[in-house]
Design a protein around this ligand. Structure first.
Ligand code: AMP
Ligand code: GLY
Length: 429
């Protein structure tokens, strides 16, 4: 198949890595990326096209004659890139701009969940500071304050400090002028799970659950980030979890989106908390989660291209259930100095080949660039070091051995990705 992948992060590198590794049916996949990154360039032809420019992406897809376009990140989806490609007659994996509002607006997602009877945190949508303080005091601490727009995982503050909660709400309201809204939520206790559900507007095909580590530091210290690491499988999760999430959350949401005339095609990323009062949705996203998908795809046996094309063409009901390896995968993110507040760019990166030479290790590029012929950092999350093994202990050992071989001045990473799970200490309240 000829496939164009849109985006430039480690998620897109993971997708391209999987597509490149598929056994050839007639011929091997021919891969293109817009704009991609230096790691993606190892498997795909890179095209310097703005990922959020729908007309440009559609024109590229048409001129290349691709069979499928896969849109990775949320920003192009919210900007309508999938619509532009679909209108050009090219199959596309990714929701329309209308359907992408499930991620683009937290208030919209809450409304859909309420209509579809999907269990989630109680929430107040506020447009003034008076409403904010009333909602904060109604719920009590810990306070959860969400900016109602795309914020790359950084628009949410969870704090016991009421003043900090009010300040985040004030800043979020002010940043959007008169149009600002913030969502104040009930706090959800219990471990978080990410479940990616592949959808074709009607049918829902779940992947395997994974867990992400959102805070920057060990033991969940420090601010939220885009995600510092992930692992799969979750041996501690209740055995019926995936079925429950499909039946009570993903399928009702997909049905509700279809009923509204805005069918959902692509990945419905269900972010869950397993709370003392049951399974609750923390958030919806409309694309694969980064860094979870780097771990999840490493366990997928079914060729990815066929799954994504079937979703794009509304044929998911025809495919076999997905097949998974029964080993474990851990992804550790190497971040640049200053991430998430003020990531430093332009530092030299070395040791990737040495890391990838280790058994069970591969390295995916996120924020990298080539400058004067040398690989340098170009973003906050720079690399994903993916390690696999028979169990989480072996996968952790592989991934951290890889991290140890990578050199990026000033970089940091968490040392406890999957550690409590390896020790069997994750508790569902
Ligand atoms: P979101 O952007 O909605 O995914 O929120 C980012 C992170 O903030 C989540 O992954 C959680 O760790 C945390 N979070 C969001 N909402 C809540 C909530 N209601 N209770 C507890 N933690 C939350
Ligand atoms: N892993 C968090 C995200 O992709 O939003």
């Amino acid at each position: 198949m000829k496939i164009l992948v849109v985006g430039n992060g480690a998620r897109e590198h993971a997708i391209v890595h999987s597509l490149a590794a598929e056994p050839a049916v007639d011929t091997a996949n021919e891969l293109h990326a817009a704009p991609g990154n230096p790691g993606i360039g190892g498997h795909a032809t890179l095209h310097p096209v703005d990922a959020t420019d729908g007309a440009a992406v559609a024109a590229l897809a048409t001129s290349l004659g691709v069979d499928l376009v896969v849109v990775g990140p949320e920003a192009p989806l919210v900007a309508g890139v999938a619509d532009a490609v679909r209108d050009a007659g090219v199959p596309v994996f990714g929701p329309s701009a209308e359907a992408a509002r499930l991620e683009g607006s937290k208030a919209f997602a809450k409304e859909v969940m309420a209509t579809a009877n999907v269990p989630t945190a109680m929430a107040h949508v506020c447009t003034t500071l008076d409403e904010v303080t009333a909602a904060l005091d109604a719920f009590g601490p810990p306070f959860v304050v969400k900016d109602d727009g795309l914020a790359a995982g950084k628009g949410v503050v969870v704090t016991d400090d009421r003043d900090a909660a009010v300040e985040h709400a004030r800043a979020s309201l002010a940043a959007r002028g008169d149009a600002g809204t913030v969502v104040i939520e009930e706090y959800l206790d219990g471990p978080e799970v990410s479940l990616f559900c592949v959808c074709d507007g009607v049918t829902v095909v779940p992947m395997v659950p994974a867990q992400d580590f959102k805070r920057v530091g060990d033991d969940d210290a420090g601010p939220n980030t885009g995600g510092m690491g992930a692992y799969t499988p979750l041996d501690w999760a209740p055995s019926g979890l995936v079925g429950e999430v499909v039946d009570r959350i993903a399928q009702p949401t997909v049905d509700e989106m279809a009923r509204r005339g805005t069918p959902f095609t692509g990945v419905l990323y269900v972010g869950l908390a397993l709370t003392s009062r049951g399974t609750r949705v923390v958030e919806f996203n409309v694309r694969f989660g980064d860094p979870e998908i780097q771990a999840v795809l490493a366990r997928l046996r079914t060729p990815l291209s066929g799954v994504l094309l079937a979703a794009a063409q509304g044929r998911l009901s025809e495919i076999e259930p997905l097949s998974w390896t029964d080993d474990a995968v851990v992804n550790v993110v190497v971040a640049s100095q200053g991430y998430p507040e003020s990531p430093r760019r332009g530092d030299p990166i070395s040791g990737i080949d040495a890391a990838a030479a280790l058994d069970g290790v591969h390295v995916l590029h996120a924020g990298t660039a080539v400058s004067d012929g040398a690989l340098v950092s170009a973003g906050g999350r720079v690399l994903s070091v993916v390690g696999r093994g028979d169990d989480l202990a072996a996968a952790r050992a592989a991934s951290y051995a890889g991290v140890a071989r990578v050199d990026l001045p000033g970089s940091h990473h968490r040392t406890d990705i999957a550690l409590t799970a390896e020790r069997g200490e994750v508790e569902v309240p």
